[in-house]
Each structure stands twice: as C-alpha cells, then as structure tokens.
Ligand binder design. Structure first.
Ligand code: HEM
Length: 312
C-alpha cells in the first residue's frame, strides 16, 4: 500500500466525516443518451471546484459512487468492478435489511451546511436530464460525534495506512485501483423505546460506556453487543471497515446514515449477516431492536482516475 494508491482515490473516500454531510441518491431515467450521461459526470468536479472556492476553510468534497444496477448506463465502456453486486435484502425475525434503488450516490461533505445545500442543488440540476434524485438527506455532527442514541460513533475506525488497507481496492483493473466498496443504509431510531432503557443496558447493547466511550471488558460485554456482532474476524485477525456515519433528522424523526467502506464487500456482508441473523444461541445484534433500516444499497466509489476521464 502506498501514497500513489491514495492519490488514485477520491479524497472523500479516506477522509473523516465533516461537520455537515448531504447524501444524494439518483436513479437513471430510461433510454438516456450516453453523451448526456457523460456530460453530467463531467459537471461533478466543475461544481465541486466552483462552490469549494467560496470558502476554502469549509473543506468541501464530493464522493461519487455507482451501483451495479447503474454501472452500464454510467460507464458503458468500463468493466464493472470485480466484486460489485447489488445489495441483497436480509430478514430474520422482526429484523429487516431492505434492498432499495440507487444508481448514483454522491456524498457531499464540508464544514458548512449552506455550501452543501448549494452543491446539492447544482448536482441535482446537472443530472436532471438523465437521472431522478430520489433521496436527499442532510446529516450533521451531533455533540462529540454521537449518534442520536447518544453514543460516540466512529471510535474504532482504522487510521492512516490501516485505513488505506481497509478501504482501497488494489486487486482489480488499473482503472478501479483506489476505488472502494460502499454500503449505504439509512436507519430510523426507535428513540422512545431506546430512551426507556437503563444506561447500563444501553452500554451492553453498544458494548461501550456512554459518557466516556470506553470499550466494555470482554467478561462483561454480551455476545449480542453491537461491537461484537459487527466486528469481522478472519483467522483470528480483525478485518476493519471505515464508517463515515452521520446522524440526520429532527425531533420528530431521525436516525443514522450508515456509510460503510471496505476494500472487499465480503467484509460488509459478513458484518451485516452477523448482526441480523440469530446465532445458535439465539443472539443477534440487539442494536437492531432499536434502529430500523429503511434503505440498503451497494455502490462502488469510483477511482479518481475514472472520475477524471470526464474532465475536460
Ligand atoms: C443505526 C445504525 C448504527 C449505529 C447507531 C451504530 C453505532 C455504533 C457505535 C456507537 C459504535 C461504537 C463506537 C465505534 O467504534 O464507532 C459502533 C461500532 C461499530 N459499528 Fe456500528 N452502528 C450502526 C450500524 C452499523 C452497521 C450497519 C455496521 C456494519 C455493517 C456497523 C459496524 C460497526 C463496526 C465494525 C464497529 C466497530 C466494532 C469494533 O471494532 O469495536 N455499524 N457502531
């Protein structure tokens, strides 16, 4: 793994979430003109540059992903990344991970919600002839990077070289190196039910303390804790993912945008299966008693190399 590889990644692939994020999901219209699609992709970096220069301290970035379903319309001349598949729905008991539409996903990150909104408006207009914007979610940093269930989220994310290893694709065509597999799920919190639980139980559900975000000792952490069930271990070695989650919503309805990036989508599907399917002891991830997935879509965050093929 080297610096060259990180230069092949869209910068937002490896960076931390900013204070504000806006997440756009587009679905291609039928029978769109290939040149019009290509023109829309060419506008992405033009818009990023124009709005980004209004305030360089705002650190504006766009990160663009395309699903298997959208791939041949987006990039008819480029092979699909080797492991890209559409999200497969999963169900066990009361728990559901639905699979929902999405051809293009653009994550806008910056320190200013107003710039994100303006960028979203221009991106929606750039794609209007070829794709329909079906979801636009505005996320934000809550307190000290907490989810709205009041626990700090993101602590165990890998850093530096370990992050590059966990996230960036190496083993694929040259054009896909520096890309990344992305799973997006929008969750809604069952806040009323969560708030009725004792803090000690909430801590067991997450596997960490609430105030100070310290991992519970193995002898007190239940098998069904979120940080046990979501952790992927292969041959006694932990395989990390990068989560760029942000909460969204308001006092009436809110939740988490789960934004999970991996070098191999097998890591993600293993984590999701461990969470949702009850094991032989009947244990599943008890966080799923309190949050409900409303969407689920897989994308490939294209390499900067592929994105640059659309630049003038
Ligand atoms: C509403 C949805 C979710 C919420 C509120 C949530 C919240 C959290 C929190 C509070 C932590 C502990 C702090 C940290 O290390 O970041 C955590 C850890 C983690 N979560 Fe989630 N999470 C959600 C969904 C998911 C999903 C869908 C996955 C995987 C597909 C996942 C994977 C992980 C992983 C891998 C860890 C780190 C485990 C470790 O190594 O200790 N999470 N999550």
């Amino acid at each position: 793994m080297n610096a060259m590889l990180s230069e092949r990644a869209q910068p937002g692939t490896l960076s931390n979430p900013n204070t504000f994020a806006e997440y756009l999901t587009f679905v291609f219209k039928t029978d769109v003109n290939a040149e019009a699609v290509s023109d829309a992709f060419a506008k992405i970096q033009i818009i990023e540059k124009s709005i980004g220069q209004k305030d360089s301290t705002a650190d504006l970035s766009f990160t663009v992903g395309v699903s298997h379903h959208g791939w041949s319309t987006a990039f008819p001349a480029t092979a699909v990344p080797a492991l890209l598949q559409d999200f497969k729905a999963m169900t066990d008991g009361e728990r559901n991970f639905p699979s929902t539409p999405g051809d293009i996903f653009i994550m806008i990150k910056s320190e200013r919600m107003d710039l994100n909104y303006q960028a979203a408006k221009y991106l929606a207009s750039a794609f209007a002839d070829v794709a329909t914007l079906i979801e636009d979610i505005q996320g934000f940093k809550y307190l000290d990077s907490r989810d709205m269930i009041d626990f700090v989220d993101g602590t165990e994310n890998p850093k530096n070289a370990a992050r590059m290893n966990a996230v960036l694709v190496v083993d694929d065509l040259d054009i896909h190196q520096g890309g990344s597999y992305l799973t997006v799920q929008r969750y809604i919190d069952r806040q009323g039910l969560w708030d009725k639980q004792a803090t000690e139980y909430q801590e067991q559900v997450i596997g960490r303390t609430k105030l100070d975000d310290i991992e519970l000792d193995d002898d007190v952490k239940p098998a069904w804790a979120h940080n046990n069930k979501s952790k992927v271990i292969v041959d006694e070695k932990e395989i990390k993912m990068l989560r760029q989650n942000r909460p969204y919503g308001n006092a009436m309805e809110h939740g988490t945008m789960f934004i999970g990036l991996t070098a191999s989508p097998v890591t993600m599907s293993t984590s999701l299966q461990q969470m949702i399917f009850a094991d032989s002891n009947g244990d599943y991830d008890r966080l799923l008693d309190f949050v409900e997935a409303k969407t689920g879509t897989n994308y490939f965050i294209i390499s900067q190399t592929l994105l640059d093929t659309f630049a003038d």
